[in-house]
Ligand binder design. Sequence first.
Ligand code: FRU
Length: 436
Amino acid sequence: MTTNTIHIKAPGCWMNDPNGFIYYKGKYHMFYQCFPYGPRWGRMHWGHAVSEDLVHWEHKGIALFPSKRGDRDGCFSGSAVEQDGKLYLYYTGVRYLLEDPEDTNLCLDDQFVSAQMIITSEDGVHFDNIKDKREIIAPIGERERGDAAHTRDPKVWRGADAWYMVLGTHGIDGNGRMLFYRSADLINWSYVNAVSKSGFGWMWECPDYYETKGGKVLSFSPMGFLKDGYKEENQSICMVVDFEEESCTMTMPDQYQFLDYGLDLYAAQSTVDQDGRRVMAAWVRMPETVGGEWIGMMCSPRVVEVEDGHIYFRMHPAVREAYGRAIDTPKEAAEAGYRAEADLEDGDGIDVGGYRIYRKGNQICTDRSLTAGDDRACRMQFETPEMKNGGHVEILVDSNLIEVFVNDGEYVISNAVYGIENQIVSDRKVKLFTVE
Ligand code: FRU
C-alpha cells in the first residue's frame, strides 16, 4: 500500500475534504473525499489513511462507497466519534433526481437530495457498506429550515450531557446557515436550533465547532464568499464565537480570519490528538493534476489555539520533530521535503526554487507566479494581515505544497506549487532540516 510522510496525497486519483479525522484505538484515522477512478471529482467515496504519529501515513484503500438508495450518487463529507470502542462515521448521502445530471450544472439546478447517514466499525478498518448503513436524518422537508439539496457535512461531538451535530445548509433568505441537532444515543437525532448570518456567502460547507485552549472556535467554508475575480469564491474562514450548548445558540461576530492566507485550504476538520491538543487538517485545492495522475492533498496537521481573541494555527510538534536532521542545502533533503527557519526584517526575502516569500513592513507575502503550473486563473500573490510580532517564518517545503508559518502560527500562508527546484536563496540566515 502507498505511504506518505507528513502530507497525505491522493493515491493516483482525486482527493478533496478530510473526513472522519479521529484518534481511535491508538491510531489516527484520516478519511477523505475520493474519486478512485481518475484525477477528477465524481461520485464520491471515502478513501482512508492511518497513522501512529500524524507523520507517517499508510493508505488503506476505500472505506465507503455508494451502495444504498440514499447514497447511490455519493458519500459526501462527514465526521467520526467513538463510543464504547466502536467507531461511528457520519456522512451525507447524495441521490440525484435526474439521470446523469453531471451533463448540466448539478449544483445550480439542485437536482439532488441529501440525507444524513451513519455507518459503524468495530476496528476502524472494516466497514460493511451493504448491511450497516442507515439514514438518520431524512432530506430536509421544510424550506424554512434548510435546503433538501444543500444540507450536508455532519460534524458530531460529545457535549456535556448529550451528542451534538452541526450541518451546513442554504437558508431560504439566501444566506448560509447551520442546523444543530442533539442525540442521546448517536442514532436518534432531534433538531435544536439554526444559526445564520448575512455577508458570509449562500451555503456553509463543512462547519466545525469546538472549544480549544483559549476559546471557542467556529470554522466553516462559505460558498460564494470571496468575489475578487478569481475562480475560487469558496473560502475557509474561522472566528471566535460564543456558544451555549444546551440551546445551541451561537453569537457570531463580524470579525473573521482566513483559515490560511494562501487561500488554497478548504473544508477543514478538527479532532483532538492523543495529548489533548485540538488539531486541524484541511484539503489543499490544487489548480491542476500532477502529471495527469493525481490531484488533491492534505496540509500538515495544525494545532489550533486562541490567544487574546486571535486564532493561531501552529505547526504540530510531531511535524517539527520529524524534520529533525539539520542539513546545509535542500539537495540533501529526503522525499518528504524540508523545513526552513529564518527571521525576516522589512524588505528581506527568501526564494524557494522560484517561489518567493518576503516581508513588506509588518506583513509576510508570497508570490507563486513562477511555480503555479499552467493554470493562470488562480491567485498568484498573497499576504498576511499586519503581524503583531516580529517576522519569524518556519517553512515546510514539499514538492507540491509550501506552508509558511508566521510567528508560530499567528498566520499561515500555504500554496499549492509545481516544478519546485531543490534550492533556496535568502537575504538572511536560513536553517534547514529534513526527516531522518
Ligand atoms: C466541500 C464539499 C462538501 C461536500 C464534499 C463533496 O469541498 O463540497 O460540502 O460534502 O465537498 O465532495
